[in-house]
Design a protein around this ligand. Sequence first.
Ligand SMILES: Nc1ncnc2c1ncn2[C@@H]1O[C@H](COP(=O)(O)OP(=O)(O)OP(=O)(O)O)[C@@H](O)[C@H]1O
Ligand SMILES: [Mg+2]
Length: 367
Amino acid sequence: MAKVVLKGVEKVYPNGFKAVHGIDLEVHDGEFMVLVGPSGCAKSTTLRMVAGLEEITSGTISIGDKVVNDVPPKDRGIAMVFQNYALYPHMTVYDNMAFSLKIKKTAKEIIKQKVIEAAKILDIENLLDRKPKELSGGQRQRVAVGRAIVRDPEVFLFDEPLSNLDAKLRVHMRVQLSQLHNKLKATMIYVTHDQVEAMTMGDRICVLNSGRIMQVDTPLNLYNYPANKFVAGFIGSPAMNLIEGELLKENNNIYVKIGGGKLKLSAGKAEKVQKHVGNKIWFGIRPEYISTRNWESKEEGIKGKIEVLEHMGNETFVYFKAGGQQFISRIDSVDSRVLESGNEHIFIFDMENCHIFDYDSEENISL
Ligand SMILES: Nc1ncnc2c1ncn2[C@@H]1O[C@H](COP(=O)(O)OP(=O)(O)OP(=O)(O)O)[C@@H](O)[C@H]1O
Ligand SMILES: [Mg+2]
């Protein structure tokens, strides 16, 4: 197994477009690293550079202790699984999985042993004689993964491998791939634009935007301590409320002034942001920290008008407007019974769990 290290990696495509702006990233040996970000942020470009399918313009990539900038893909010790599986339609599942080993002139007995072992791990032993067109989407996906496993790669690279599957199957395969990682303990780099996949599968997540790394951390750290407004808005569903506001000081307290009123910061947060008093800021608060129930203490509230209630069963998303600004709150369904759209209500903000972002740099100034 091997770690993967990117240092100052840049990519300028032949048409002059700079897709990657100096990425530094270390994927630990045996780690499941997820690259996540919106469409066009250079997830695939980055992964393809690690695979050697795309040249890098500057910087270095190493796998294990070896710089691989000039090493061809087949000698990098990697195996890549694509979104569209790319199975050979005329070959059986067995032959699809055996193909790369046959090319390497591996002995027949060893090929057989490896294919069967991989098929067992993926629970597709009974499908080995079928052709790809006789398989479901999830089964094809498992064959594609099997083809990677038989090569015993040091590093697995996945580019949105589940995005062609329906929602239920995606959840199932997500769990299977996590189990596979636990079993093989291989280094895996997994690209997705789906933040739920990122949160549930990654040991760590690298959030990309426009060819730059926004933050690398564990899923929970990204969720609880987003370094900037982009990460705050990207990780979490429904997304964090991000509201334009201003910091005010009154009677030695610091307040966030937003359209609907002002909300007092906790002493800890106030201390962190004090040199920004008077400035415009972005006020961030996750939907679960706005409620319609009073907390015992510290409660800070504003009046809002309920626009839409989305009943999810166990919880309710409450869309409301206050001072011309749009908010979403996520509350227990029991508490939502008394709410009606069109009504006004006091919404309580748990200010201990809010975030303040500098208006211009968008950095989190409240951590
Ligand atoms: N061959 C190319 N020539 C020029 N620009 C390219 C080329 N391939 C990709 N790009 C551009 O580079 C940027 C990154 O593309 P990339 O495919 O890496 O994005 P991505 O994050 O994988 O997006 P998606 O989620 O849509 O798959 C995009 O703006 C894209 O238009
Ligand atoms: Mg892509």
